[in-house]
Design a protein around this ligand. Structure first.
Ligand code: ADP
Ligand code: MG
Length: 354
């Protein structure tokens, strides 16, 4: 028998972390501490030197207003790595800020969430980027699974658990039972699309061009997918398409509702599609228990009620929907061995074959 248990010692000293690599926001959960980083998934790169000059909030403030040689990049598009090098830069920055990766022996074990239904090639890209950034072990979990764990849903029970994670680039819809994803669908109509819906609507109806950030402010400020008790209003500045000059107009919740109507229809249709292909026994659990919403999009006013009306099953919103996936990775970190069976295997194979 050895004098000390090396595995235990390693676990004691390594700063294991969970990462929610979202299209809109990246969160880092440090074991024993909780969420220590919560930043927009944006990296600013100096094209002359190839160096990263800013990451997160600072880089986002540069979006659309950088000098020519500085490029603000969103390295994740539709939930997958579209820019491998930048993602790796971002991950190394996150690992170093979490004060990990400095020691080879105590290199951190990292749990990374990825959208459900991404390809093996994409899974490998995430794994390689994380390893290159300094991780010792890399474990991959499907985001809806992590969200369900973060929401403390009984994922191991022989019952149907439905999760709808509405992020920036994608909506992940999944039905989980017995620790595996039984049915899932990945919809590329999410928060970013809602913003562009608002931009398109205001351009058509008011002949004014809004910036991306303004559209997001409108969505969060006065967006409601059901009529509100009192009308909501917000003055916004954009470019008058007729004169090319700045112009202020007042938008209402009605404008936003009109703008989002088609996207809401796609969301409802996709959820119904998943329900229709769910085995009857599991479906009856979902009808009874309802679905659980996570992701920033879950905060759109009126959304739970709209879904309940349209789909006719109870809808619950996670306590803190923006952090559900990160909290889930944290719970997994506490008991990696116990959760092995629900993680995506090392060869890049999903635990339950679809
Ligand atoms: P991802 O996992 O793709 O990074 P998040 O779960 O972090 O996405 O959610 C980000 C999205 O949620 C963005 O599109 C953002 O505009 C949207 N969002 C955040 N808060 C709200 C809110 N209060 N109302 C509506 N949308 C919101
Ligand atoms: Mg997410």
């Amino acid at each position: 028998m050895s004098l000390f248990n090396f595995k235990k010692l390693k676990q004691l000293f390594s700063h294991d972390i969970g990462i929610d690599l979202g299209t809109a926001n990246t969160l880092v959960y440090l074991r024993g501490k909780g969420i220590i980083i919560n930043e927009p998934s944006v990296v600013a790169v100096n094209q002359k030197t190839g160096q990263v000059v800013a990451i997160g909030t600072e880089a986002r403030s540069m979006l659309g207003r950088t000098p020519e040689h500085i490029l603000a990049i969103k390295p994740l598009v539709d939930g997958v790595i579209s820019d491998f090098e930048t993602t790796e830069e971002m991950l190394s920055y996150l690992l170093s800020r979490a004060a990990v990766g400095s020691s080879k022996i105590f290199a951190p074990r990292v749990v990374v969430g990825v959208p459900s239904g991404i390809t093996n090639v994409e899974i490998r890209a995430v794994r390689d980027a994380t390893r290159n950034a300094g991780a010792g072990e890399v474990h991959i979990v499907e985001e809806p699974m992590a969200a369900a764990i973060g929401m403390r849903m009984p994922i191991r029970e022989p019952i149907g658990n439905m999760v709808v994670d509405i992020g920036g680039g994608t909506v992940d819809i999944a039905v989980i039972s017995l620790g595996g994803v039984v049915k899932s669908k990945n919809l590329r109509v999410a928060g970013d699309k809602f913003n562009s819906d608002i931009i398109a609507h205001v351009r058509n109806q008011h002949k004014v061009l809004l910036g991306e950030k303004t559209a997001e402010m409108v969505k969060i400020g006065i967006g409601s997918v059901l009529p509100t008790h009192a009308p909501l209003e917000m003055p916004v500045k954009g470019r008058d398409l007729a004169t090319g000059l700045p112009k202020e107009i007042v938008l209402t919740d009605n404008d936003v509702r009109d703008a989002l109507s088609q996207s809401m229809e796609s969301l409802v249709d996709s959820i119904i599609e998943v329900l229709e292909s769910t085995p009857p026994d599991i479906l009856s659990d979902v009808m009874h228990q309802g679905m659980y919403l996570a992701g920033g999009g879950a905060l759109i006013k009126g959304l739970p009620e709209l879904l309940e009306n349209e789909i006719n099953i109870p809808v619950h919103v996670a306590a803190d929907p923006l952090t559900a996936v990160a909290r889930g990775t944290g719970i997994i970190l506490e008991d990696l061995d116990g959760y092995k069976d629900i993680l995506v295997e090392h060869e890049g194979e999903l635990p339950i074959k679809k």
